[in-house]
Design a protein around this ligand. Structure first.
Ligand SMILES: NC(=O)C1=CN([C@@H]2O[C@H](COP(=O)(O)OP(=O)(O)OC[C@H]3O[C@@H](n4cnc5c(N)ncnc54)[C@H](OP(=O)(O)O)[C@@H]3O)[C@@H](O)[C@H]2O)[C@@H](O)CC1
Ligand SMILES: Nc1ncnc2c1ncn2[C@@H]1O[C@H](COP(=O)(O)OP(=O)(O)O)[C@@H](O)[C@H]1O
Length: 643
């Protein structure tokens, strides 16, 4: 129930009153059951298999023909796909690849409808016992049927399949166990090779999920066909949003089967659903302090630019002031380019540390590098000491440090909570044994995540299994979950799709995906911009909350827990608006993974073929990290209009 908890926490924090005075509004779907909210949930939230089964159950018991309804949406989507490619139905050659479960059943009923509409449809079954009624309907409609048992059988049909216009992939859906095996696995493996090498390959329409993906965790461990379009039955599943599975879903349409979305919280949500929660309202009587101060300990002798990029990003993101703490000559350069920045130690509403600071492996032991690393270590210690109840511990930490090394005034950090974004070279300064990181966001890319997991594991007594970059890329959610469990920090794992995992460790994690970036954003310095922007969002939020909450609430233990729930939302806002700003700068459309408005089988079809025809997408133009910064204000403006 992480999203209900996160939403309730967000509402309490923004209302500024203790939990005892706040009425819990419950499940996020419960809060607003309007049609537009339902559509928003259907296109931006995903439920685990066990929840999907629980949602289907009451409808099946009530005799609702879910399979027929799903099959109708699938058939109509196939028609739209053909239409968008200029292929007339009577000329269309469709292959329906059918497995032995209900997913195959969906495919068979869809095949029957398409055959009735005039298409030539061949069933390629990998099971001797496909869905009986579905098979009867498809054969009665006039579909040919081939059943595969051996590799030779596969070889005989491969050319026919590859020559078709559309493959309907109905081999396995949410009932899959492990990666595809047997004749199904071999068939998909060979088709996959053809998909990569053949000059012509059919469009692929996946039924519910591309067969072979890990439905709940988005893993892609075996052979899987890249779908052009996936028709999700009832609701989105995590694999539709989570990388790497999301990369093979193509575009997505949800067949709206009237599931009761209030039965359980979603397991994963899209950042778009939550990013605007923490856009702090602007007020006519704002001062530069009330809008928040973002403090940055970034950049170094080796990476001067990172200081500039992170500071410029933060100062474009709506805070009242940006404070920079760093080596002397970085400050000089910074001031020349960002005269608005305030230099030197002092207070901040949130901190960004580590971007452009060398980690222990790359530090040249120069005075500047050491000063930066020491300042960050001090800040982390200071931050964590304040998480302790023992006031003595707090005192001793600050007293040990020479005043000029303290980038923050200690008294100001105690109350209220000051979040921290820990990036790049600061990641190896984390000590999860002594540090309570529940109000921090760590921002590794895959390589940093693997390194950090290995370092943290080697420090613990847990069994040592080396994590590779490949492991993280293939299992980003599992990796982020592990890092969250080890550190308690919200994990923002960067990539083409950025995965965020966070919330209080004692509770179910909040899992969010930000997928609106474009690949032109894979450019040096883009991560520094993200860190600065995220830090600024944290600064405005923490300042707003601090100023609008009652002292009783801030003294209440619930306040810290609520804040921990807010951290993944703040991280999601950073990643979401970073992606948005980058896409604005590049002009790129979403290349794939567009989730279309839901298709309700009882209502007129949306103009899906028109949507699909617009797949002539603008790939955008190359950008540099500075271009992302320039577009942050426009992205923020959109955020405030949504909020
Ligand atoms: N309930 C409803 O009314 C509705 C359900 N809906 C639809 O039902 C789907 C779920 O159906 P489901 O539960 O039958 O499971 P499903 O995805 O077909 O998988 C089981 C099949 O896959 C096979 N298989 C498994 N693992 C495998 C592997 N590693 N490698 C190879 N094969 C493997 C397994 O083979 P077996 O293990 O039995 O040999 C069996 O044949 C759902 O995704 C949606 O499309 C919609 O119509 C809406 C209404
Ligand atoms: N293929 C991609 N598509 C979209 N965004 C990407 C892609 N690859 C990387 N990014 C984004 O670019 C940024 C790169 O961050 P990072 O690797 O830390 O760069 P740097 O250290 O140079 O600043 C991250 O926000 C990441 O999510």
């Amino acid at each position: 129930m992480s999203f209900s908890a996160a939403r309730a926490a967000y509402q309490r924090l923004y209302a500024g009153v203790p939990s005892s005075q706040y009425r819990n509004t419950g499940n996020i779907a419960n809060t607003d059951q309007s049609a537009s909210n339902t559509d928003m949930l259907l296109t931006h939230a995903a439920w685990n298999v066990k929840h999907v089964r629980a949602m289907e159950q009451p409808l099946l018991e009530a005799g609702r023909p879910l399979m027929a309804q799903a099959a109708h949406c699938i058939a109509q989507s196939a028609v739209a796909l053909l239409q968008s490619r200029g292929i007339r139905l009577e000329q269309a050659r469709i292959i329906a690849a059918i497995g032995g479960g209900n997913n195959g059943g969906d495919g068979l009923f869809a095949a029957s409808e398409l055959r009735t509409l005039g298409a030539t449809v061949t069933l390629v079954c990998t099971s001797d016992a496909p869905h009986a009624q579905g098979l009867a309907a498809a054969q009665q409609a006039g579909c040919d049927c081939i059943t595969l048992h051996t590799d030779q059988d596969i070889a005989q049909v491969l050319t026919t399949i590859c020559d078709a216009d559309v493959i309907i992939d109905a081999l396995a859906g949410i009932g899959i166990k492990g990666s595809l095996r047997g004749v199904t696995g071999n068939l998909v493996q060979q088709l996959r090779e053809a998909q990569y090498t053949a000059q012509h390959f059919p469009a692929v329409l996946a039924v519910d999920t591309p067969s072979g993906v890990g439905v709940d965790d988005g893993s892609c461990d075996g052979p899987i066909l890249d779908a052009t379009l996936t028709v999700a039955c009832g609701v989105l599943k995590p694999c539709h949003l989570l990388p790497p599975a999301a990369y093979v879903c193509g575009d997505i349409i949800v067949a709206d089967l009237d599931f009761d979305l209030t039965l359980s919280d979603p397991s994963v949500v899209h950042a778009d659903l939550v990013a605007h929660w923490c856009m702090s309202p602007t007020r006519f009587d704002d001062s530069k302090y009330s809008r928040g101060v973002a403090g940055l300990v970034t950049g170094s002798v080796a990476y001067l630019g990172a200081a500039l990029l992170s500071v410029r990003a933060a100062s474009r993101a709506g805070v009242g002031m940006v404070r920079y703490c760093g080596p002397e000559h970085v400050r000089a350069m910074l001031l020349a380019q960002v005269p608005e920045a305030v230099l030197g130690s002092g207070t901040a509403s949130a901190w960004v540390v580590g971007s452009g600071v060398p980690d222990s492996r790359h530090s040249q032991n120069s005075v500047g590098d050491e000063q930066q690393r020491q300042a960050i270590a001090t800040l982390l210690q200071e931050y964590c000491a304040l998480g302790q109840t023992d006031h003595e511990a707090q005192q001793s930490h600050t007293e040990q440090m020479p005043a000029e090394q303290l980038p923050v005034e200690p008294s100001y950090m105690a109350q209220p909570i000051r979040p921290m974004v820990i990036d790049a070279g600061a990641l190896d300064l984390i000590d999860p044994h002594t540090q309570q990181l529940s109000h921090t966001i760590v921002t590794p890319h895959a390589a940093e995540c693997a390194r950090l997991l290995n370092t943290l594991q080697s420090q613990s007594s847990a069994q040592l299994t080396q994590v590779s970059v490949h492991d993280v890329l293939n299992h980003p959610v599992a990796s982020a979950l592990q890092l969250w469990q080890t550190t308690g920090a919200t994990v923002l794992l960067k990539g083409a799709h950025t995965v965020i995992v966070g919330g209080p460790r004692e509770q179910e994690p909040t899992i969010i995906v930000a997928d609106n970036a474009c690949s032109w954003m894979a450019t040096a310095g883009s991560g520094d911009v993200l860190a600065g922007l995220t830090g600024a969002i944290c600064a405005s939020a923490s300042e707003w909350i601090a100023r609008h909450s009652t002292p009783e609430y801030r003294a209440d233990a619930q306040y810290a827990v609520d804040f921990a729930h807010l951290m993944p939302i703040l991280a999601a806002a950073g990643a979401h608006w970073h992606g948005f700003a980058g896409r604005l700068a590049s002009g790129a459309d979403r290349s794939h993974g567009v989730v279309y408005p839901p298709c309700n089988p009882q209502q007129p079809q949306p103009a899906l073929h028109a949507w699909l025809r617009s797949t002539m997408r603008n790939t955008g133009k190359p950008i540099i990290a500075s271009d992302i910064i320039e577009r942050i204000p426009a992205a923020m403006q959109a955020a405030y209009q949504t909020a």
